[in-house]
Design a protein around this ligand. Sequence first.
Ligand code: OOG
Ligand code: MG
Length: 264
Amino acid sequence: MTEEAAKWTIESAAELLLRAERERKDRPRITSEWPQLDLATAYLVQDRLVGRKVADGEKVIGVKLGLTSRAKQERMGVAEPLTAWLTDKMVLQPGTPVPTDELIHPRVEPEIVFVLGERLAGPGVTAASAMSAVRSVYSGLEVIDSRYTDFQFTLADVVADNASSARFVIGGVEQDPRELDLAAEACRLRVDGRTVDTATGAAVQGHPAEALALAVNSLGERGIELEAGWIVLTGGMTDAVTIGPGQQVTAEFSHLGSVTVTGG
Ligand code: OOG
Ligand code: MG
């Protein structure tokens, strides 16, 4: 091991990422100094990082998927989906500005959001059985904020960084998933009124239910179950857009209403 790699541990990686978030200071990706960081260890860093947040009073309220659409995978240069944690501190109430002064370089992406009515435990869960545990579906906007300079990372880096998570807002229209064709659900992304991108739910693993099953099964392999009442962000449908003070980002869905954030 090189001298540089020797200083890295799960604990020190989690601490550096927490500090970058706290101090709003981006840093080089961890694998540039610790190339041995593998995916399994990266998830341990992610768990440790969120464990530290929980010890500080945050509450885990669900999970998110990342890199579930081709648009996201191509833009970020990472071709594999991942899971990460959502806490109550990440919830942005509708109408509350995105606190850009607390973030490094926020970007916003439209997502289809599930709320579970029942517990879900993998592995071996199909998209259909995962969907039967979903109580409601909503539109959402996720605000991501990589702790790495210019959002430059490998899969292991972004997993360790809890998948760039920062904030999210859920739209005001609640739908029964059984009454919607989520693969066909369309989304138009606008920045200050101008359309910048469009997608349908099929962009997310062919169907957002596939993304949910993927989360259940990969968390199941780590011995983690999804709980009733948990929120699941199924992943950005389009590439993310940057948001600065005064800018407004809106996602208009065909059946899930529209959801807006404004940079504060
Ligand atoms: C990683 C987070 C990805 C999504 O929905 O794909 C993500 C990133 O793009 O920085 O949240
Ligand atoms: Mg996302």
